[in-house]
Ligand binder design. Structure first.
Ligand SMILES: C[S@@+](CC[C@H](N)C(=O)[O-])C[C@H]1O[C@@H](n2cnc3c(N)ncnc32)[C@H](O)[C@@H]1O
Length: 290
C-alpha cells in the first residue's frame, strides 16, 4: 500500500488538505506484518452485503490484503432441489426456524474441519452467532475477535436458529443491542467493520483507533476542523494556540467531561491521576458514589 492511501485517510472525503505537522505521514501498512484477518459470513441474503464492504477503509483494507471478507449463501449447503434452509418449529407456532444441517455443513467446509460430534472438540476459530439473546457487542469483544486469524459470522432470519446450532456450532453469541432486527446481516456488518478496523494497518493513522471512544476506556474529546469561525461559532482558542501541552490537557478534560456527562459508569474503571480527579470533582463527580 502506498503513502497515498494513508494520505486519503488524513484528508477525509473532501480531499481538503489537513493542517500540517500534527501528523507524521507514513504508509497505512507500515506497522503491519500480520496475515489478513479472514471473516466468513454466512447468510440467506448475501446480496445485502453489496455496498458496505466495497467502499472506504474496509474496501482498501481488502485490496491491501489486510482483511479477507468472504460472503457465503447458506443455501449453497442445502441438499434438496428447493434449497430449503428453514422449516416449521416443532411444537407449533407461526415462525420458521433455520435448519441445522446447512449451517453445520457450511461451517465445517469453510473451516475445513471434520463433522462436529458431541464428544469431539469444537470449532478451532470463533463461530459467532448473531442473536438478540447474545452478549452485547462492545469494544472489548471487537478487540478479542480482531486478535484471531479467522472468524465466522452466522446471520439468522425468521425465528432464528435451531437450538443445536447455538449449542454445538456457535462458540459465541453476540447481540448488537436490546432490539430485534429482521435478520443478522446488519449485525454481521457492524461486527465485521468494528473488528476489521482494529487490525493493524486498516486505519492508516493507527493512533486513531487507540484514542477512539472506548479504546481509552472513556469517550473521546470533541473535534473541530476549518473554518475556525463558522456562523459566529468559533473553534476554541487553545486548539489554535500551537501549545501541544495545553491542547492535550484540553482534550483530556473534554473527554473526561463528556464521559462524566454521558457515561459516568466508564469512570469507575478508568485510571485517573490527581489532575483528572480534581477536574472531575469540580464538575460535581462523586468518587466512589454507589
Ligand atoms: C427476528 S430475529 C429472531 C429473534 C428471536 N425469535 C428472538 O426472539 O430472540 C431474526 C435474526 O435476526 C438477527 N438479529 C435480530 N436482532 C438482533 C440483534 N439485536 N443482535 C444480533 N442479531 C440480531 C439474528 O440473527 C436473528 O436470528
Amino acid at each position: 500500500m502506498s503513502g497515498e492511501v494513508y494520505r486519503e485517510e488524513l484528508l477525509g472525503d473532501s480531499g481538503a488538505s489537513k493542517s500540517d505537522a500534527l501528523v507524521e505521514e507514513r504508509p497505512a501498512q507500515a506497522s503491519s506484518n500480520a496475515p489478513a484477518l479472514r471473516i466468513d459470513i454466512l447468510s440467506l441474503f448475501p446480496e445485502m452485503f453489496a455496498g458496505p464492504f466495497d467502499h472506504s477503509m474496509i474496501a482498501r483494507a481488502q485490496e491491501a490484503g489486510l482483511v479477507d471478507i468472504r460472503i457465503h449463501n447458506l443455501r449453497d449447503w442445502t441438499k434438496d432441489r428447493h434449497r430449503t434452509s428453514d422449516d416449521y418449529a416443532f411444537g407449533g407456532g407461526g415462525g420458521m426456524v433455520l435448519k441445522p444441517e446447512p449451517a453445520f455443513a457450511a461451517v465445517e467446509e469453510i473451516l475445513a474441519i471434520a463433522p462436529l460430534a458431541a464428544d469431539g472438540p469444537g470449532p478451532p476459530h470463533p463461530v459467532i452467532l448473531l442473536t438478540p439473546q447474545g452478549t452485547r457487542f462492545d469494544h472489548a469483544m471487537a478487540t478479542d475477535f480482531a486478535g484471531h486469524e479467522r472468524i465466522v459470522l452466522l446471520c439468522g432470519h425468521y425465528e432464528g436458529f435451531d437450538e443445536r446450532i447455538r449449542a454445538h456450532l456457535a462458540t459465541h453469541e453476540v447481540s448488537v443491542g436490546d432490539f430485534v432486527l429482521t435478520g443478522g446481516e446488519l449485525p454481521a456488518m457492524i461486527v465485521a467493520d468494528a473488528v476489521a478496523r482494529l487490525r493493524p494497518g486498516v486505519v492508516g493513522l493507527e493512533t486513531a483507533t487507540q484514542t477512539d471512544s472506548f479504546a481509552t476506556g472513556m469517550l473521546e474529546h470533541p473535534h473541530y476542523t476549518r473554518p475556525a469561525e463558522f456562523r459566529d461559532w468559533a473553534v476554541p482558542d487553545v486548539l489554535r494556540s500551537g501549545d501541544h501541552g495545553k491542547v492535550a490537557r484540553w482534550r483530556r478534560d473534554r473527554a473526561l467531561e463528556r464521559t462524566f456527562q454521558r457515561r459516568p459508569d466508564l469512570l469507575e474503571h478508568l485510571e485517573l491521576d490527581a489532575q483528572d480527579r480534581s477536574f472531575l470533582l469540580s464538575l460535581g463527580w462523586a468518587e466512589n458514589a454507589p
